[in-house]
Ligand binder design. Structure first.
Ligand SMILES: *Cc1c(COP(=O)(O)O)cnc(C)c1O
Length: 385
């Protein structure tokens, strides 16, 4: 049945400008392919400037940045971290690696972000941090979350893997909490294959962050000539990417505005074409609250049942369109049950996990591609309703 050729893939990595030229430059001209070379410095400066945060350190992934944040927040065994269950595994894993306990709360039915009104009930004397995940590049209610963190003296660590260059009340996602983590994985907006960044918004964590990222040594200080030899001073790992990766990434940054404008164009076209179906009550469309600007990271629809989603996915596949779903909620996953616990019911999480379908959205997609997909979604609902 569904082994027709895929005409429209779900995602496609892309070249936006001088990626390959800069890689050659890193190797041949700069003679620097290890970490913290000229391109890493350029990427970090670009992010600090554009996101308005105190310090940015490039990492191998968003996962690595979250692991660094867990060390910097001094997560100890049995410390609790409040987070949504509807997220990628790394949000929880980074803290479980330090012995922390993820405490899962439900999401809002509109933005699918952590429901800020459920956080306070989940706070205990062991709570150490709140972990907002900006799903689909749309901001969580950060004012409420920051307020609560201040009142209870908690860290706020933003999982901004999907949120690069999105804003909340004019502020960049990842630059609002104590720490933010970005991803440059090939499925995200700005890519380097694998890659990420830790955003540090408080000066007092900068020095320790540099040490943790350089295998627990004070090598960064040594390279700046601030100490005459470098040595092992703290826990750490190798969290810094090669300058070859940074070279690729810098070319993407040079084209970031154009990349995001293109994604938002595709997003808007999906919204316009599918609005009639939403008005009929067949599907739920994404929601961007007032005061938020999104980066067009992903486009999804929420169907009325798991059965309907399965049928629609198959129908699209027969037309050569690859649509996918995510996530298996962490609270119902084997590791989530073992390492974490839930607070309250997670009804919205479970429903969305069964019914959400992501439609293709990538840089090189054309308006005709979008129309082909939305026409087929409409055809499906006409046929099966
Ligand atoms: C992609 C993603 C991650 C992991 O990013 P990597 O760079 O692949 O480690 C973490 N959290 C969320 C919400 C993501 O979407």
């Amino acid at each position: 049945m569904a082994n027709n050729k895929i005409k429209i893939p779900f995602n496609k990595p892309f070249i936006a400008g001088k990626e390959l030229f800069y890689i050659a430059q890193a190797v041949i001209e700069n003679n620097h392919t290890a970490g913290d070379g000229p391109f890493t410095k350029k990427c970090q400066a670009w992010l600090e400037d554009r996101l308005g945060c105190r310090k940015v350190l490039l990492t191998n992934s968003c996962t690595a940045a979250l692991e660094m944040a867990a060390i910097l927040a001094d997560i100890q065994p049995c410390d609790e971290i409040i987070m949504p269950s509807y997220t990628f595994v790394s949000t929880a894993n980074a803290f479980v690696l330090r012995g922390g306990v993820p405490v899962f709360v439900d999401i809002r039915p509109d933005t699918l972000n952590i429901n800020e009104n459920l956080i306070e009930a989940a706070i205990t004397p062991r709570t150490k941090a709140i972990l907002p995940v900006h799903y689909a590049g749309v901001s969580c209610e950060m004012d409420t979350i920051m307020d609560m963190a201040r009142r209870y003296n908690l860290f706020v660590i933003e999982d901004a893997a999907q949120g690069i260059m999105s804003t909340y009340r004019g502020r960049q996602l990842g630059a609002i909490g104590h720490f933010g983590a970005c991803s440059f994985h090939e499925t995200k907006n700005i890519i380097s294959g694998e890659g990420g960044a830790l955003l540090i918004n408080d000066e007092k964590f900068v020095e320790r962050a540099e040490i943790i990222r350089e295998k627990g040594t004070n090598r960064s200080k040594f390279f700046r000539g601030q100490v005459d030899k470098y040595t092992w001073v703290d826990v750490g790992s190798s969290y810094l990417p090669s300058d070859i990766i940074a070279a690729f990434l810098y070319a993407q940054m040079e084209n970031a505005d154009q990349i995001i404008a293109k994604r938002n164009l595709i997003y808007d076209l999906y919204m316009k074409d599918l609005r009639p179906l939403a008005e009929k009550g067949c599907i739920q469309l994404p929601c961007i609250l007032d005061d938020c600007r999104s980066n067009g990271h992903l486009f999804y629809i929420v169907t009325r049942s798991l059965k309907e989603r399965t049928k629609l996915t198959e129908f699209l596949k027969e037309q050569g369109v690859l649509a996918v779903f995510h996530y298996v909620p962490l609270h119902s996953s084997p590791a989530g049950k073992h390492y974490g616990r839930s607070c309250g019911t997670l009804d919205v999480t479970e429903r969305v996990s069964d019914c959400l379908l992501r439609l293709p959205l990538y840089y090189e997609m054309t308006q005709d591609d979008v129309r082909f997909i939305t026409e087929n979604v409409k055809k499906f609902y006409k046929k099966f309703r």
